[in-house]
Write a protein that binds this ligand. Structure first.
Ligand SMILES: Cc1ncc(COP(=O)(O)O)c(C=O)c1O
Length: 451
């Protein structure tokens, strides 16, 4: 039976851990003052600003990163899940070096552009591809394809799923449940100011893992629905796995109403299986959006689809612009990532490491009766600080945020750098010992908080 955690104890330990962190980070804390003079809010991306201190990085190698103060960390953040190849992988370094010497950008496709498209087609079982530069662009394009291909405007999205910063999709990510309507019929809530309300009129929001909610929308206004975009495994509210039959059920429902299915595989992409969640779940979407890990650390994104969906590029229905689309430097990196680094053996190894890691964390949870559950898929996973299973965003919003933050501070203190709320990612460079460092810090946290 999970025990009740005393919030006062959590607060006291949080203050203590934050004070210890300040001692480790004098240069980062000092540098933040300089940064705030030229970078709005002191950072280039809002997510870089951490509570209580922004940590400035200096270098990375394999599974390790070093900050400006010289502290080393086992990197379980992997740069928002990008660095599944590990930092400064020699093959990526060599590919970038070679390409840089040959010129990095032309108004022409290069051989690698075609080779990478062929590699993705093989992995995802989807024949036609276009390239982009960020996940936000790829998901925006995926919606545009669905709209252009069907001649309809409505897009269905999942509450708690993050698809980047485009106006059309910057909705109902990490929202206050009190402002987001009933759990089974969520309202569309913008993620930020500056997104016009008008976009809500072409968006419908549903809970994850809830087929009847999608069926209801399709029943009411199916003739207007272009398609549904979702993270097939939700990875922006910790890791939440799809319930049995959910993805296949969506496939069938959308088909029945002439609407399309887009998987946002920006996170799952080539990381949890060669062909991402598409392969893992055995459900073929009409469109897939990729980014992050495919470039091994350089910016690149892709959108792929069936012939029926992608015909909109062939017949000129859809423009598909972008100065840096298929940039030669990005393509060179993606080619070695897909051919030489993320090979079938890697996914088998991730599987074995995941099983061991998950079991070790579960053992700590059981030993201390922590109100927590673990969900993982190969190199991705998270601890949800809630004793009941987490099946959608509202469940995760009900988890113990301060406890999660404290657990994260213990990791930093122990020289492990996981994301503050997001899933962990491990790379081809991570050893069992690296993962054990996380388990040890988790055990220290669990002991302290339940003492
Ligand atoms: C599932 C998912 N889709 C899209 C994006 C947006 O990608 P980017 O930040 O490259 O624009 C993210 C970013 O974290 C993501 O997690």
């Amino acid at each position: 039976m999970p025990i009740q955690i005393d919030p006062a104890r959590v607060e006291e330990l949080t203050e203590h851990q934050a004070a210890k962190l300040a001692e480790k980070l004098p240069r980062s804390i000092e540098f933040a003052k300089r940064a705030s003079q030229s970078l709005a809010g002191g950072v280039a991306c809002t997510w870089h600003a951490l509570d209580p201190y922004t940590i400035y990085g200096s270098r990375g190698q394999g599974s390790r990163i070093w900050d400006l103060d010289g502290n080393a960390y086992v990197d379980l953040h992997c740069g928002y899940g990008v660095m599944v190849v590990g930092h400064a992988h020699p093959k990526v370094v060599e590919a970038i070096r070679e390409r840089a010497g040959l010129g990095t950008h032309f108004a022409m496709p290069v051989e690698d552009t075609v080779i990478v498209a062929e590699l993705l087609a093989e992995r995802f079982g989807l024949p036609l591809w276009r390239f982009k530069n960020s996940g936000s662009e790829a998901t925006m394009e995926a919606c545009r394809i669905m709209r252009a291909a069907t001649g309809r405007d409505l897009i269905v999205k999942v509450e708690g799923s993050y698809h980047g910063s485009s106006d059309g999709l910057a909705w109902s990510y990490w929202v206050d449940p009190a402002e987001a309507g009933p759990a089974d019929r969520p309202a569309a809530v913008p993620n930020t100011a500056g997104v016009p309300d008008a976009f809500a009129s072409v968006l419908r929001v549903v809970p994850y893992n809830d087929l009847p909610a999608v069926e209801r929308i399709l029943g009411d206004e199916g003739d207007c629905v272009a398609g549904m975009i979702l993270e097939p495994i939700l990875m922006n509210a910790g890791v939440i796995r799809p319930l049995a039959g959910y993805l296949q059920g969506l496939r069938e429902l959308l088909n029945r109403h002439g609407a399309l299915l887009a998987f946002d595989e920006v996170k799952t992409g080539v990381t949890i299986a060669a062909g991402g969640a598409t392969e893992w779940a055995g459900v073929r979407p009409d469109v897939v959006a990729l980014a992050k890990a495919i470039g091994g650390g350089v910016p690149v994104a892709a959108v792929g689809g069936t012939e029926e969906a992608m015909r909109v590029y062939l017949d000129g229905t859809l423009e598909g612009e972008g100065t840096f689309n298929g940039n030669p430097l990005s393509m060179a990196a993606a080619r070695v990532v897909l051919t030489e680094i993320l090979t079938p053996a890697v996914y088998e190894r991730f599987d074995a490491q995941d099983q061991r890691f998950r079991a070790s964390l579960q053992e700590v949870i059981d030993r201390h009766d922590l109100p927590a559950t673990v969900q993982t898929v190969r190199c991705r996973g998270s601890v949800h600080f809630r004793s009941e299973p987490v099946r959608n965003f509202r469940d995760e919003a009900d988890a113990d945020g301060p406890l999660q933050h404290l657990a994260w501070l213990y990791q930093l203190g122990a020289g492990v750098f996981p994301p503050a709320g997001d899933p962990w990612t491990f790379s081809v460079g991570h050893t069992d010992e690296d993962l054990d460092a996380y388990v040890e810090a988790f055990a220290t946290f669990a002991e302290a908080v339940t003492a």
